[in-house]
Write a protein that binds this ligand. Structure first.
Ligand code: RFL
Ligand code: PHB
Length: 390
């Protein structure tokens, strides 16, 4: 099999890249290890930056996002028994949309198939070859048969646990990492929304987040031990923990409902550089991870493939490899800004078991500053809605 661009992974990065390339007349094949049903139902991100919405709209895959997603002009920060609103639109002129990642995936898969795009699901034993030559390839098995995909470029969009990043020799790579001593317990609940906007809560018992998925399905999280087991948490125990962390002196009440999914996720910050080795390029979680507190992961994946699609277009249409050569440097500027923001939000809202009373007071002072200074609130808001693309 031959194509121009071989893409490993059908997450937001791989699928969007394939579609953006198609719109520029560049052919690609996407190789995915899971089934279509699996990628279309895995619950992950929910917050889309304004720039991400713009990219999806310009790519012609934004119709359902516009009609079913919820545009949010602010977020609430809760601490010390009170809620404080950060007016994103007033501070930045921009907004966010809450629209589930797996819905974005469904829209992208539908768009790829409508345009006769090639996505091979349930591939196994994927390996990358000859990326330091001009004719790299990807080998894999599909339906039990060994296959080879020859391409001009291979793009690793296969997430944090994929094979692309480890295909770059260790001695050429530098990894930066921080693993946090806590995780998030996430639930999906059948109920009306408790709040019109997301609530990020700092509490002596730990962080909690009120998010949403639709008018009838809500997404809630609370900080937990990353090694805990969901089976240790009865519905009653979950509700009493959430009530304890979220309820304020202003009478706001969390709405309960039927919990139909529970999961625990670990939290890390991670950057691997370079994001290119020869004709292999990495995008999205394959190259970097942020803790979810800043809601940046999927948005960074979109920013990476936007850059890559423009650089590949320049290469194919003008014969210029400069933007491809600058990919690592250009992408990492945005990545490190988002790494800092995500780390900062995580540090400001979570309970650190080893925090001294001095550090706890600093955390409180920082929260108070963010909600009382327009300059500080703007710094949070402009990062949250997403800085403009370079
Ligand atoms: P993905 O989504 O992990 O997709 C990688 C795909 O590659 C496949 N794959 C392989 N395919 C072939 N061969 C192999 N060897 C393969 N190995 C893996 C996988 O099956 C998969 O389909 O990476 P991508 O595209 O880079 O996208 C990244 C985002 O998924 C991720 O950053 C976000 O979900 C992070 N995130 C959030 N991001 C936001 O922008 N806003 C949010 O509100 C937000 N909330 C979250 C989040 C992530 C969370 N979890 C579960 C970690 C909330 C949570 C709880
Ligand atoms: C979500 O709705 O899943 C979500 C929202 C905000 C975050 C992280 C996750 O910061």
């Amino acid at each position: 099999m031959n194509t121009q661009v071989a893409i490993i992974g059908a997450g937001p990065a791989g699928l969007l890249l394939s579609h953006l390339l198609h719109l520029k007349g560049i052919a690609s094949v996407v190789l995915e290890s899971r089934t279509r049903a699996d990628i279309e139902s895995t619950i992950r991100a929910g917050v889309l930056e304004q720039g991400t919405m713009d990219v999806l709209n310009e790519a012609g895959v934004g119709a359902r996002m516009r009609s079913e997603g919820a545009l949010h002009h602010g977020i609430e920060l809760a601490f010390g028994g009170q809620r404080h609103r950060i007016d994103l639109s007033d501070l930045t002129g921009r907004a966010i949309t809450v629209y589930a990642q797996h819905e974005v995936i469904k829209d992208l898969v539908a768009a790829r198939f409508a345009a006769d795009g090639q996505i091979l699901f349930e591939v196994n034993d994927v390996s990358v070859h000859d990326v330091d030559s001009e004719s790299p390839s990807v080998r894999f098995t599909h339906g039990g048969e060994p296959q080879q995909l020859n391409a001009d470029f291979v793009i690793g969009c296969d997430g944090f646990h994929g094979i692309s990043r480890p295909s770059i020799p260790d001695q050429l790579r530098r990894d930066y990492q921080r693993i946090y001593p806590f995780g998030w317990f996430g639930i999906l609940v059948e109920s009306d929304p408790s709040s019109e906007e997301l609530i990020y809560a700092q509490h002596a018992r730990g962080f909690a987040l009120v998010s949403t998925r639709s008018p009838k399905v809500q997404r809630l999280y609370f900080q937990c031990d990353p090694k805990d087991d969901v089976n240790n948490w009865s519905d009653d125990r979950i509700w009493s923990e959430l009530h304890a962390r979220l309820e304020n002196s202003d009478g706001w009440k969390l709405k309960e409902g039927r919990i139909f999914q529970k999961n625990i996720i670990g939290m890390r910050s991670f950057v691997s550089t370079p994001m290119q080795h020869g004709r292999l390029f990495l995008a999205g979680d394959a190259a970097h991870i942020v803790p979810p507190t800043g809601a940046k992961g999927m948005n960074l994946a979109v920013a990476d493939v936007r850059l890559l699609s423009m650089a590949l277009e320049e290469f194919y249409k003008k014969g210029r490899p400069d933007s491809l050569a600058a990919y690592t440097e250009t992408a990492l500027k945005r990545v490190w800004r988002a790494e800092h923001f995500s780390w900062w939000m995580t540090s400001m809202f979570h309970k650190f078991d080893d925090a001294s009373p001095f550090q706890q007071e600093l955390q409180r002072a920082e929260l108070e500053y963010v909600v009382s200074s327009r300059a500080a609130a703007t710094a949070l808001a402009e990062n949250y809605v997403g800085l403009p693309f370079a």
